[in-house]
Design a protein around this ligand. Structure first.
Ligand SMILES: [Zn+2]
Length: 479
């Protein structure tokens, strides 16, 4: 909970932009928080989430989908060049938030509550607009200056905590975050501005703007259901009748448009649903949906059923649902990776590779397929082939810590110590753990294998990382 308390109230903003004729927005904010500070704070918090937040959904299929959806909206925004990263937290409550540096988090509960892709997109569009419109910095700028020191100390706490472990961080953050959160729910004007621009993004990105109104009605209903325990989202984004009326008026001016949900949206929701509760709960849920024909998409319900059955260890049953999906001629990377996972769980590595290789050629941007291919080649003891995949892949995605980790494992399996420690050092660099990276590079120096060229590469990298560590230490002292 400590990390999320912080995130709910943190929205730092990118450099000033002129958006849709809206006034130039940033001077006050800019003076207090440079985009560089904002980026560094966001990166530090995001690294901490990836490393320490148990609710972080480390699933390339889910985060791949959210980032593709987010990118479609950002491309229509006034700040299309701004770096954004979208991620999910496994949490049944309805919430979404923007962190410093454009990191936008969504609770799985909110993804499952959205009844259409346009509804989910409307929440992301609203969050993106809070970021591109500098709402938090403007809010801070407008409110008493007294808050700034507290937030700055929080920013420092995040940056400083990386080397002192998360316990200290928890104590530091929770105390301060809660008090800031209560003061930082967005003003009504900012909410309306985020709605107005969110609608424009939705419309330009080809979604149904009515998704925003229908989702807000759903939130309100949840709010009424839970009385004084309204969804977290409503606490930071107060939903007033006035705001809903304003939005509904605005929507009238947009032409009516029916936008079908993408297959990925349906499959991502089915996967999250199949991962909820016990495996047996999930199996029963999909079984009854299928039996009673209570579903919008047969493909999604059969996919969810297959995921639930394989979670319950019933691979034959899962295989039957997969055969149905094949009969329905589904064209989806998620179905291919499920099929390969089923082969692996039945120890048919050759069968899994026969699915993964063509699938990766067909869906080259799907990170999950690339990881699964390396994992399966390793399991099948095809070490040289695994290494080749990692070398090729890291050419295109050099800052993919997971692939760097797979390469380290491959070198370890090949008995190449120097290269194993060198690759592991890159994982730590990407995670911001410089001390661990230095230890790995020193182990690489002492590895006893590797040629002159490899050793000089390691020496050069070690100098670089030590330099970076020294600079960071100086930076921290300066604060
Ligand atoms: Zn809002």
């Amino acid at each position: 909970m400590r990390i999320r308390a912080l995130l709910l109230c943190f929205v730092f903003l990118a450099p000033t932009v002129l958006a849709d004729g809206l006034p130039d927005l940033g001077e006050v904010a800019q003076a207090d928080f440079s985009p560089a500070t904002e980026k560094r704070v966001g990166e530090a918090a995001m690294r901490d989430i990836r490393l320490h937040e148990p609710a972080y959904v480390n699933d390339p299929e889910i985060s791949g989908y959210l980032n593709r959806l987010g990118a479609r909206l950002v491309a229509q925004s006034s700040d299309a060049g701004h770096d954004f990263e979208f991620f999910a937290l496994r949490d049944p409550t309805l919430n979404a938030f923007a962190m410093p540096g454009g990191y936008i988090g969504v609770h799985t509960g909110l993804i499952l509550a959205a009844q259409s892709e346009s509804e989910l997109a409307s929440v992301l569009a609203h969050e993106i607009s809070h970021v591109t419109q500098h709402h938090l910095a403007r809010q801070l700028g407008a409110q008493s200056q007294a808050q700034l020191p507290m937030l700055l100390s929080l920013a420092v706490a995040i940056l400083a905590s990386r080397s002192r472990g998360d316990i200290a961080q928890g104590a530091l953050l929770a105390g301060q975050a809660a008090s800031i959160q209560s003061q930082l729910s967005y003003s009504r004007d900012f909410e309306r501005e985020a709605d107005r621009l969110g609608l424009q993004l939705l419309e330009r990105a080809g979604f149904d703007v009515r998704g925003m109104a229908s989702f807000f009605e759903r939130l309100q209903k949840f709010g009424r259901l839970y009385d004084n325990n309204a969804p977290g989202y409503l606490r930071t984004h107060p939903l007033t009748t006035e705001r809903i009326a304003d939005m509904e008026n605005r929507i009238q001016s947009y032409p009516y448009r029916q936008v079908p949900d993408s297959l990925d949206f349906l499959l991502v929701r089915a996967k999250l649903k199949a991962e909820e509760g016990t495996p047996q709960d999930a199996v029963t849920e999909f079984e009854s949906q299928l039996r009673e024909h209570k579903y919008a998409s047969e493909i999604a319900v059969r996919y969810g059923y297959a995921v639930a059955l394989s979670r319950a260890g019933n691979f034959t049953g899962a295989g039957r649902q997969l055969a149905e999906l094949r009969r329905l001629k589904v064209d989806s990377a998620m179905v291919e990776s499920l099929a390969a996972r089923l082969r692996v769980s039945q120890n048919d590595l050759t069968g899994a590779l026969a699915i993964l290789r063509p699938a990766l050629l067909r869906y080259p941007q799907e990170r999950g397929l690339a990881y699964a291919l390396v994992e399966t080649l390793l399991a099948d003891k095809q070490l040289q082939a695994a290494l080749r995949v990692t070398l090729d892949d890291l050419q295109t995605y050099p800052s993919d810590a997971r692939m760097q980790g797979l390469q380290a494992r491959t070198y370890a399996a090949l008995g190449k110590r120097l290269q194993q420690h060198r690759a592991q050092a890159e994982v730590y660099v990407l995670e911001g753990q410089l001390q661990e990276a230095i230890i790995q590079l020193q182990l690489a120096q002492k590895s006893g294998d590797g040629d002159f060229y490899e050793h000089s590469q390691v020496d050069a990298r070690l100098r670089e990382i030590k330099q970076r560590q020294a600079e960071e230490a100086k930076e921290k002292k300066r604060q």
